[in-house]
Design a binder for this molecule. Structure first.
Ligand SMILES: [Mg+2]
Length: 265
């Protein structure tokens, strides 16, 4: 079972009077109201489990009918300072959000699309032999689903929980070959191998150097353990981390309603 991302209350920066209420509530362990959006924000949004309801498989995710329009409206309201930061590959993100091609990080930040549309890809790709080893495991364990992206190898065992140990052992065995370059990540009913350098902090740091993100107040919204790097990066730039469980009751539809408020700014 994946561990969940939790906000680190002591690191959240004040955002006006609301912030004091939030800090008090955090220390009491209660759920919190999401803050009212502002035009000086730079918004960093995870996709699955944040804007999109978690589906049985990544490919069976359902796109809410107004999401693209609301993202477009929010990006316009923030003068373009809106980024998608997801574990998905860039092509998948673009397919889901068509016709939008937003700045952000894909494959957990291994690939960064800059505001001018160019890409920064400096992370090492997963060795092809590792992908093959996982595909062989998938054949041996029906129900295990393998997602192979250039910089990210994921084994989902939501439909094969009995294979959890076998998947983990294979991942750990592969990692011993290149422990400095890659790391293992526990996600929701899945195990991931990714380059150590590929984190959701990368796109936040990179984009915050560039127009239209630079000088804005970064707000990162995410739901899972991989988002913690993005949370930390937003805080490092004086911004705010919004965990979906805490601020939106764990409901992507509540995040989507809140996004409409950004679009209406
Ligand atoms: Mg997520």
């Amino acid at each position: 079972m994946a561990s969940r991302a939790r906000p680190r209350d002591s690191a959240i920066k004040p955002l006006g009077p609301e912030a004091e209420i939030m800090d008090d509530s955090l220390s009491a362990g209660r759920s919190l109201m999401a803050p009212a959006p502002a035009r000086n924000w730079a918004l960093f949004l995870d996709l699955d489990g944040t804007l999109l309801d978690i589906a049985a498989t990544p490919s069976s995710v359902v796109m809410p009918p107004t999401l693209v329009r609301d993202l477009q409206g929010a990006a316009r309201a923030l003068n373009g300072a809106l980024a998608i930061v997801s574990g998905r590959a860039l092509g998948e993100i673009d397919r889901l959000l068509h016709p939008l091609r937003l700045a952000g990080g894909s494959e957990h930040g291994a690939v960064i699309r800059l505001p001018d549309g160019t890409q920064d890809q400096t992370c090492v790709p997963v060795p092809p032999g590792w992908v093959q080893a996982f595909i062989e495991l998938q054949r041996a364990c029906p129900g295990v689903l393998i997602e192979a992206k250039p910089h990210n190898l994921v084994a989902h065992f939501r439909h094969a929980p009995a294979a959890t140990t076998q998947v983990r052992r294979l991942a750990e065995a592969l990692l011993t070959r290149e422990p400095d370059a890659f790391e293992l990540l526990e996600a929701k009913m899945a195990i991931e191998i990714r380059p150590r350098a590929a984190t959701k902090a990368r796109p936040v740091h990179r984009l915050m150097e560039l127009t239209p993100f630079a000088g804005r107040y970064p707000v990162f919204v995410g739901d899972d353990v991989t988002d913690e790097d993005g949370f930390a990066a937003a805080r490092a730039h004086g911004g705010l981390a919004l965990d979906v469980a805490t601020y939106f009751g764990g409901e992507p539809q509540d995040v989507r309603h809140w996004l409409k408020r950004v679009a209406d700014l």
